[in-house]
Design a protein around this ligand. Sequence first.
Ligand code: DI6
Ligand code: FE
Length: 404
Amino acid sequence: MSLTLWHGCNAATMRPDSGQPYGLIEDAALVLDGPLLHWVGARCDVPVDMLAACAEQHDGGGALVTPGLIDCHSHLVYAGDRAHEFELRLNGATYEEISRQGGGIAATVQATRSASAEELKLQSRARLQQLMGEGVTTLEIKSGYGLALAPERKMLQVARALAQEHALTVRCTFLGAHALPPEYAGRSDAYVDEVLRMLKKLHAEGLVDAVDAFCERIGFSAAQTRRVFEAARELGLPVKLHAEQLSDSGGAQMAASYSALSCDHLEFLSEEGAQAMAKAGSVAVLLPGAFYFLRETRLPPVDWLRRHGVPMAIATDCNPGTSPCSSLLLMLNMACTLLRLTPQEALAGVTRHAARALGLPDRGILAVGLRADFVLWDLQHPAQLCYALGARPANRVIFNGEER
Ligand code: DI6
Ligand code: FE
């Protein structure tokens, strides 16, 4: 057995059971067996025979180690941007007015449909590499700017191709029920029929890891969302939901009844919704970028989520309309300043709880038997990751046991 030792570091393991804030271990050692963590603890406690079996040794130089960061909600694959719309909004137009005039999601759908796969990949790659530069090792990417079979397939294929070309894990979520495409105007139930057909085909092609929907006044009703979830259940796919972002439509309770991995946004979540999520084990994914960019004033009910023990994750929601952002570290800061999470909660939100929001129990904390995905930061304390605005602390990333 050939092992690898990483030492000379302080490890924020993010283990909830360690009794230390951030699961912190000072002067830590991590022993890797290939792509997996074989031993994690204080340097002075590494068993002597194990140390002798470590063919390779790396000195972290006093770095702070965290689990690889996980962005569990993004719409990273899209074409074009909506800076013009941003300008219109600042000149007084509302998000809903713009979308009625053919802007909004429809504008990105048009741009994404007309882009070649190569062009779409090129534009998306820049965003993906920005996330990777901040220590992201697992990323969720949703479809939902194609809204027809061929362009939805193109988006998911681009997401899979990006995963092939980079050292990170990408999970692909089918979001066919994101918006009503113009050719189905006034026929939303017929479009949901089409969503079900697309889902079956794209799943058969191996392009779908989970299913999402936008349950909202300007999206799909709870009844329509149910149909999508029923289809996902038949295929054995987990579900998640854009819920209670602009109004309370009871989406969270409904999603919880399908044991949703997560409910996301949640500014208008009711206490009953929070209780239902707790019971189902669904994660609350909070998206401070969209909250900020839309200048929302209604905060997600963090106190209820805490009280009922709903795990909270934080993600970028990277998308051209409501969160044009590819910085997960900035989201950590905003989760603290805007949503009032503690730095420890925020960091759990991009590690342990984000892993759970993706149904990936093999990562998100530094513990024996889990993946060796971790980041060595040139920092002294984990709160520094949440504190600085727009900083990108120097880091080295170990993915799947190897430095990338
Ligand atoms: N909620 C959002 O905030 C984004 N999608 C969604 O379901 C908005 C996407 C866009 O405006 O392009
Ligand atoms: Fe989103």
